[in-house]
Design a protein around this ligand. Structure first.
Ligand code: ZN
Length: 279
């Protein structure tokens, strides 16, 4: 079993393979396993890359299964980026590994800390430079500009969280997607479901959370954009805790939503937390 620190070191964001050829005048075809990763890749790759995403906006990557057209997309791509740490359950299922569900699993949601997002961006930059050396200057410049925006975002997060009274920084979500946010920014998250949504929450876990909320008066419960809202709604009903809104855990929103980019996703989550927790 990996500790969180070991897991982070392994948050490799592996470039799965490099296919041969692709004519020089073509844009580099790259695949992201999910939408947040796709946004990082667009920021670093700019006009030189064509990013396709397997699990799109509001999609749940934990339970996704590739379609035949996805398999074709992957076959046509020069690079495929995945998160790793068990996030892409379909990769493990394809590889024949058998997991005992959540027990002992690493937490794959490393992007929920902005400092980690910078590691993703650096890894993407290095992989693109290796795959397309002619674009090196472009990738380095794009990455540097985006990393500066992430530095500003990190400061914004810390300033906003500092405005929430320490004893109100306690919330409930449906699955354990915010462990890195918790460790980085000091807001405590509890969830009935584990670090993957492949396994259902047990009645025992739900009862334990209800008891905990009644005792500690968690400030608010939040829905997520990728999971069924009913469990959190039930918890809110049974405890009288207020539903603080919807947090974006594992995916960007579509164009109708307010988080078509990672930076907007983090800002949305901050606004939701602040409006529910700053009384
Ligand atoms: Zn998740």
């Amino acid at each position: 079993m990996l500790t969180r620190r070991q897991a982070l070191a392994a948050t490799a964001l592996a470039a799965l393979f490099v296919a041969p050829c692709a004519r020089a005048q073509d844009r580099l075809k790259v695949i992201a396993s999910f939408s947040i990763l796709g946004d990082f890749m667009k920021n670093v790759g700019g006009d030189r890359v064509e990013v396709a995403t397997l699990v799109g906006p509001n999609g749940n990557a934990h339970v996704y299964a590739p379609s035949p057209s996805d398999a074709k997309k992957v076959a046509d791509a020069k690079l495929v980026f995945v998160n790793g740490l068990g996030f892409e359950g379909w990769l493990e299922r394809a590889g024949g590994h058998d997991h005992d569900h959540d027990h002992g699993r690493a937490d794959p949601h490393a992007w929920q800390s902005v400092a980690n997002a910078k590691i993703y961006v650096a890894n993407i930059r290095d992989a693109l430079v290796a795959a397309d050396p002619a674009g090196k200057d472009v990738y380095l410049a794009n990455a540097a500009a985006y990393l500066a925006k992430l530095d500003a975002l990190e400061r914004e997060v810390r300033e906003m969280i500092a405005k929430i009274p320490a004893d109100r920084r306690r919330v409930i979500t449906s699955h354990s997607a915010f462990g890195y946010f918790q460790d980085a920014y000091g807001v405590s998250f509890t969830a009935p479901q584990g670090v993957s949504t492949e396994a259902e929450a047990s009645a025992k876990d739900v009862a334990a959370i209800i008891a905990q909320i009644k005792k500690q008066k968690a400030a608010a419960v939040f829905l997520e954009n990728v999971t069924d809202p009913r469990l959190v709604e039930q918890i809110a009903r049974e405890t009288g805790a207020k539903v603080g809104g919807t947090l974006y855990s594992d995916a960007l929103t579509d164009d109708k939503g307010d988080a078509t980019t990672y930076i907007d996703l983090i800002r949305h989550n901050l606004r939701q937390l602040a409006s529910a927790l700053v009384s």
